[in-house]
Design a protein around this ligand. Structure first.
Ligand SMILES: [Zn+2]
Length: 293
């Protein structure tokens, strides 16, 4: 029996100059999505953002100017969150909405814990065992450093990272951020990361890798092949878990980006997913009214 793939669409780095067009494109197709917005881009697109809210799209918080939280002092991390939270609140207020779902996504998935958003840090088990695919080289270097007496330094960094992470999570909790309950995502790695007050993803389309060196047709093929892959290479998904989107029997939390350089791809990818019979699920259905901030 064929598995019918369902995905929750999330779009990062909004709002670009093509944001309004993307919102209308999705609205026409009745495709639900969350747009994670950068605070510094919000002021240029207030009207477009209000339109998105009126269509029922969720405006999520993607911090202020897209920095790696592990490279910022804790106070700056908190400021990144709060400043953007205020700006988003204003958009909703302008639409006459005082109560709305608050969702947060870290730029680069970096929770500010010195792990830089993936499990390749010198402090993780995967790293220590040398299993973290693309980080293998880095891992060997850190193992050498450890042998050279850096262990104490690394474990201190790890502890400090954990404390920072907790403090950032507390800030998100206090501001009313929630993690949607989504259904049918059965990956074991999702169970592990499905904690906290921010929201991650399980499949990165990686359309952001496009640059003008690529032939457009070939690049579209590359992205579609990843969606279809049944024997994908590593470095897929959120924590280097290999999988092709359309292959495994789990729903997915899909990450696309609102970059003007890849707008042409954005539309093609959505259409390709539609052709493949993928169902677009509403990321907010699992959020009940009493979860509202
Ligand atoms: Zn981003």
């Amino acid at each position: 029996m064929a598995f019918k793939k369902g995905i929750y669409l999330t779009i990062d780095d909004s709002p670009s100059d093509d944001f309004a067009e993307k919102v209308r494109f999705l609205h026409r197709k009745q495709i639900p999505a969350v747009f994670f917005c950068r605070g510094d881009l919000i002021k240029n697109h207030l009207t477009d953002l209000s339109e998105a809210v009126e269509y029922g799209y969720c405006i999520g918080n993607h911090a202020y100017d897209h920095q790696r939280f592990s490279l910022l002092p804790l106070t700056s991390c908190i400021e990144q969150i709060k400043k953007t939270d205020d700006l988003i609140g204003e958009i909703y207020r302008n639409c006459g909405i005082s109560v709305y779902h608050k969702l947060f996504r870290f730029p680069y998935g970096d929770k500010g814990d010195f792990k830089f958003g993936f499990d390749l840090s010198p402090f993780s088990n995967a790293f220590i065992k040398g299993q973290a695919g693309p980080g293998k080289k880095l891992c060997q270097i850190f193992q050498l450093l450890s042998k050279a007496g850096f262990e104490h330094y690394l474990s201190g960094k790890n502890r400090h990272g954990m404390i920072r992470k907790e403090q950032i999570q507390t800030c998100l909790r206090d501001l009313g951020y929630v993690r949607p309950e989504v259904y049918g995502i059965t990956y074991s790695f999702y169970q592990q990361m499905n904690v906290g007050y921010d929201w991650n993803w399980t499949f990165d389309v990686r359309e952001w890798r496009y640059n003008n060196d690529w032939n457009r047709h070939n690049f579209l093929r590359y992205v579609c092949d990843r969606i279809d892959a049944d024997d994908p290479v590593t470095d897929f998904g959120c924590i280097s878990e290999p999988h092709g989107l359309n292959y495994l029997f789990s729903n997915d939390l899909v990450l696309l980006h609102d970059h003007t350089s890849t707008s042409w791809l954005f539309y093609r990818i959505i259409e390709y997913m539609e052709q493949k019979g993928i169902t677009f699920l509403d990321p907010l259905t699992g959020l009940k009214k009493d979860n509202l901030a």
